[in-house]
Design a binder for this molecule. Sequence first.
Ligand SMILES: [Zn+2]
Length: 300
Amino acid sequence: MKICDAHCHFFSSRYLELLTKGRNEFPDDDRATAVAKQLGWDPPGSVDSLADRWITEMARNGVSRSALIASIPGDEVSVAEAVAKHPTHFVGFFMFNPDAPDAAATLERALGEHKLRAVALFPAMFSNQLRNANGLKTFEAAAARGAAVFVHCGALTVGVRKKLGLPSRFDIRYGNPLQIAGLATQFPTVPVIIPHFGAGMLREALMVADQAPNVYFDTSSSNGWIKYYPGLTLEAVFKTVLSVVGPDRLLFGTDSSFFPRGWQRPIFDAQSAVLSALDVSDDHRARIMGGNFERLFPSA
Ligand SMILES: [Zn+2]
């Protein structure tokens, strides 16, 4: 069975630099190393070496391909370089704010020159309405380029921001999956990926997916949001989601991000156990664990 991970963050040196911009306690000459040290992480080093380290880590765990998310606006180029070095293993996603002043140029460059394949929206982070001209332009560009749109809905916490004491003025009201229902139906050729089953807004995410066959869920992270639902288990989540959207619209993912932790094998093990408990067939399991990702993002 081929394993593809639909949700990994590429925490490059540039990512750490951009994240801590304006924080004077880190020296400008080797900021990324100092930030990594404070976090207890291995310094990311160059894009090349970080990309190679992920390749080794994936091989060790039997992972064929992985999405890499540029996780702050301005770091698209790091992921583009990693993808250029390992084009059959990596698929580039990038965090994007459609309401930013330079949005049009960023979008054009990321999907064009940089060859990234999914726009990653975090509406709660940037207070994006999405149902406006800028949201429309984003989906139009994705449709024109054959790219996907990833939309982080529901609860949003960024662990690294918390750890560094950076403010997280997120407004999760903007992260309601219903915000994208209209766009998803208007652009039926654009795959829309909702991570973590809607991260707490499972019902709304299912309603949107039930209406729009181009809506997918990624299964990534420990899905800690299930605590919002009394008695809910991950097994019940998979069972419900499979009964509503079937086995072709689930993308396995881990939400792996930094070293030395590396690839999050426990997430894979836990989700594999859930699929076994639910008696999911080998064929359906293969689609969830990698086949659906391959269909959405065929190797270039
Ligand atoms: Zn993530």
